[in-house]
Ligand binder design. Sequence first.
Ligand code: PAF
Length: 279
Amino acid sequence: MILFKQPEALKQFLSSQKAQNVSIGFVPTMGALHQGHLSLIAEAKLSCDLVVSSIFVNPTQFNNPKDLETYPRTIQSDIIKLMSSGCDVLFHPEETAMYAQGEEKLSSKDYGYFIDVLEGSSRPGHFDGVITILTKLFNMVDPNQVYFGQKDYQQCMVVETLIQRHFPAIIFNRCAIVREEDGLAMSSRNTRLSVEERKKAPEIYSALQLVQTEWTQDGWELAMEKAKGVLSKAPFELEYLEVCKTDTLEPLTSFQKSVVVLVAVNLGKTRLLDNLIIN
Ligand code: PAF
């Protein structure tokens, strides 16, 4: 695996590869890699000649400075994991290589209804930071295909919109959530859970499954209330559990067969996301 820290060197190398018709699959990350990230690398390897990953803890997408400060940083073990998963290129820049001083973020304001709800309202400015860094990374890497995890369902919608508008040649891949054996969705933030919190955490997925099991014309509203009840009890602090239309994230006003249930919940000091598509 080749490691680049400078955008210019990365761009030069990758454009020489593209000139030889090498297809590039790109997996952007913020590090603290787990099996979920490695499944994206594996997916990229299936259809691209060269797999590029980036590790950059992007400050502009954190609306809480404490969260940015405590975000797990495990670069040495990340490098080992990427090497053993067959990643070809790692881009791991310093902040100064990615942002000029005082630089303004791009705006996702007109992306559609979905931009202001759920994560959009819980974390103001978060998606502006995401599109700002991804615009830079996509311009540097110039990938044929990109790979994102469904765990960040709303982020996937944001990235798809960014691609449709500004990078139409890129193929977007939304990849399945990878779960621990007990159902907990893999996340870099799981490492922050205490032993007791970790034991409780699988209840998040159980609550989503409960909604799925009871998803009927007559039962759907009660199912939602039950799931909210489970995740409103200590040690959980529920931020939202919403059932939405899959393509717009508008709330349901009446029963629909195909929906997505999205949840954000605090467990101690850790904020966890999960979702489940019901068809
Ligand atoms: O999902 C993430 O890890 C980040 O939001 C991303 C896409 C790497 C942008 O910083």
